[in-house]
Design a protein around this ligand. Structure first.
Ligand SMILES: Cc1cc2nc3c(=O)[nH]c(=O)nc-3n(C[C@H](O)[C@H](O)[C@H](O)COP(=O)(O)OP(=O)(O)OC[C@H]3O[C@@H](n4cnc5c(N)ncnc54)[C@H](O)[C@@H]3O)c2cc1C
Length: 388
């Protein structure tokens, strides 16, 4: 009855399912282990009516016009008038990050800041984005000091918390790339479109999956319905003749037989407060020098919700994923060793007919929502081309 099975109803699975159903005219079965669609973009109202992002704050941002247009079929957008802005909590101040000329003027007194601004513009050009490695190479001690300030107050502790690393373990290439912006642009991303779906991500996913050719079954662990063999896939014990697109963790598909792929996980501590505002209008505050959590998100400012009674915040605590029940693998830890472990698993899928890996888990890679959408559109195109 079905021509396609998609495992996972995150952005990867939902886009590919919609395309194959609509453009490819296939009957598509989507199997999702969670009780809801949307993957990690899932949002919902909490007990106080505040729209929260269950798996961490998600902001859609892109320069890809095609992706923006495609997703706009399923939602309208609340686009941030000033772009998405992030500040770092350092001492008693909120400092704009990435470090830019506004930050400079906040940490130095006026005359010194003006002098430094002129030096930076003369050395690197107005509007440029300069890695701290470049600042360090400067012969000017003041400019070197700026690099040191950014390293210590914005980058080091945050990165240690996020990745569970000691300063020695942090790759010098990563450190070198930490940017300083020689402009007054406080935006965290430089993309043209930055915002969230007006009535939430989950509603956008629901519209995408609402198609006569698509059936979605939530609360279904796909590995309990599917058997993967080198000859092909069995659905409920019967050979399945169509294509299977898998967006789940690749090691788990093979019972982690070569060992687990390492990930960083996160614990999200939500708190509702009976006050109008918690962080002075900022949606995201990064804790770059203190605290065990990396950041606090205040949802009303992330989503633009104006009818909140009180405010809801979430603190994020990173930790090493162990695979224990209830833990969620969030960030792939990409290095040579893990890549080669991943490739061993991928090799097991290479000869399975009509079996495709797609998504942050199946590909063991970090993707933003826009890049994932693009990749899913391309895969659907490729499948339809191959099967013409
Ligand atoms: C904390 C955090 C914040 C982020 N913030 C942003 C942001 O601000 N902007 C941005 O663009 N991107 C952001 N991202 C990235 C974004 O989450 C990903 O691009 C997106 O989730 C990738 O979609 P996906 O479909 O590959 O994976 P997922 O969203 O993880 O979806 C995979 C789905 O497959 C299901 N599944 C897995 N295995 C099985 C199985 N065996 N059976 C059935 N179902 C299964 C899962 O339950 C899940 O629903 C963030 C990521 C994290 C971790």
């Amino acid at each position: 009855m079905y021509q396609t099975i998609v495992i996972g109803a995150g952005i990867a699975g939902s886009v590919v399912a919609r395309q194959l159903a609509e453009e490819g005219g296939r009957r598509v079965l989507v199997l999702e282990q969670r009780a809801h669609i949307g993957g990690n973009c899932y949002d919902r109202r909490d007990a106080h009516g505040v729209l929260i992002h269950e798996y961490g704050p998600h902001i859609f941002h892109t320069n890809d016009e095609g992706v923006y247009e495609y997703l706009s079929r399923f939602t309208e957008w609340y686009l941030y008038p000033q772009g998405h802005q992030v500040v770092a909590s350092v001492g008693d101040s909120y400092l704009p990050i990435p470090f830019n000329l506004n930050t400079l003027h906040q940490i130095y007194e006026k005359d010194k800041a003006t002098e430094l601004e002129q030096k930076l513009i003369a050395a690197f050009g107005e509007g440029s984005r300069v890695p701290i490695m470049e600042l360090r190479k400067s012969e000017d001690a003041d400019i070197q000091n700026i690099a040191q300030f950014v390293y210590e107050n914005v980058f080091l502790k945050y990165t240690m918390k996020q990745w569970g690393q000691t300063p020695e373990e942090i790759s010098p290439e990563v450190t070198a790339r930490v940017p300083v912006l020689i402009s007054y642009d406080n935006r965290y991303f430089q993309d043209r479109y930055q915002g969230v779906p007006t009535d939430g991500f989950t509603a956008m996913f629901a519209r995408m999956l609402e198609h006569e050719n698509i059936d979605v079954q939530c609360g279904v662990e796909a590995t309990e319905r599917l058997t993967i063999t080198q000859e092909g896939v069995l659905l409920d014990g019967q050979p399945f003749a169509g294509e299977v697109i898998y967006t789940g963790a690749l090691d788990e598909l093979f019972s982690c037989r070569f060992g687990r792929l390492p990930y960083r996980s996160l614990r999200f501590d939500f708190e509702h407060l009976e006050q109008e505002d918690f962080q002075n209008g900022h949606s995201v505050v990064n804790y770059t020098v203190s605290e065990d959590f990396t950041r606090i998100t205040e949802f009303q400012y992330l989503t633009g919700q104006t009818d909140c009674d009180g405010t809801t915040i979430v603190r994020e605590y990173p930790f090493a994923y162990s695979g224990a029940d209830g833990e969620i693998p969030y960030y792939a830890i990409q290095n040579e060793e893990n890549e080669s472990l991943y490739n061993k698993y991928r090799a097991l899928t290479e000869n399975i007919p009509d079996f495709y890996l797609l998504g942050r888990l199946a590909e063991y890679k970090y993707y933003n929502i826009d890049a994932m959408t693009r990749k899913a559109l391309e895969l659907a195109e490729r499948i339809m081309e191959e099967k013409k």
